[in-house]
Design a protein around this ligand. Structure first.
Ligand code: ATP
Ligand code: MG
Length: 194
């Protein structure tokens, strides 16, 4: 499924997949595996952190850092909207009112980057990101058709309502199967922390 997601993005047919599973089911490991399989792609990755969930757009700032040079290729209104929320001073006070414009700008930015090199957007623990980032990402990943962007998101179960009622394709984990783990060279024991 993930190989298909990456191959499709390489061919210009972007799409998204939401990896779900209980704590310690192997979600992060699977995302890391996908990143390793995508060395030919530009990877934008970030892990949701509960401590930063009240900092509006903090997740987006991390994710988009490697593609900010493409901001100059966007229309001036989209670039301005995105620059505003990515500025820590202004972003913290931004309201979701401009969310649609920001979402369109992010989509445009990713598609522009992917026109040069296919993009893997790897977002671990999406529900732990700030709400503004989560909202923009959900807007974006539903509109990847026709771009070279593959989005791989993860969330622990039980899912929050915004994801449980969503329409994203799901991959439900019950722990990585031995074949997938072997493919990644991950036969080590489960972390003592899990
Ligand atoms: N099939 C497997 N065989 C061996 N080890 C595995 C397998 N799947 C996962 N692991 C190990 O289990 C641990 C937990 O995996 P991982 O951190 O990916 O889970 P997670 O679902 O992201 O957990 P969390 O809820 O803490 O975010 C890691 O140490 C990982 O290497
Ligand atoms: Mg994890």
């Amino acid at each position: 499924m993930i190989d298909d997601l990456l191959s499709a993005a390489r061919g210009g047919s972007g799409s998204a997949l939401l990896v779900i599973g209980s704590p310690c089911s192997g979600r992060s490991t699977l995302l890391d595996c996908a990143i390793r399989a995508a060395t030919d792609m530009l990877t934008l990755s970030a892990r949701g952190v509960r401590d930063e969930s009240d900092l509006a757009y903090s997740g987006l700032r991390i994710l988009l850092q490697p593609v900010l040079a493409h901001l100059t290729n966007l229309s001036s209104d989209r670039a301005a909207a995105l620059r505003k929320v990515l500025d820590p001073e202004q972003g913290a006070g931004s309201t979701p009112a401009g969310g649609h414009l920001v979402g369109t700008a992010v989509l445009d930015l990713l598609a522009t980057a992917a026109a040069r090199r296919p993009v893997l957007l790897a977002v671990d623990d999406l529900p732990l990101f700030d709400a503004a980032t989560t909202k923009v990402l959900l807007f974006v990943v539903r509109r990847l058709a026709g771009t070279g962007v593959a989005a791989l998101l993860s969330a622990a179960t039980p899912l929050p309502p915004s994801l449980a009622q969503g329409d994203l394709p799901l991959l439900a984990l019950r722990g990585l199967d031995p074949e997938a783990a072997g493919h990644c060279g991950l036969f080590q024991a489960i972390d003592a922390s899990c």
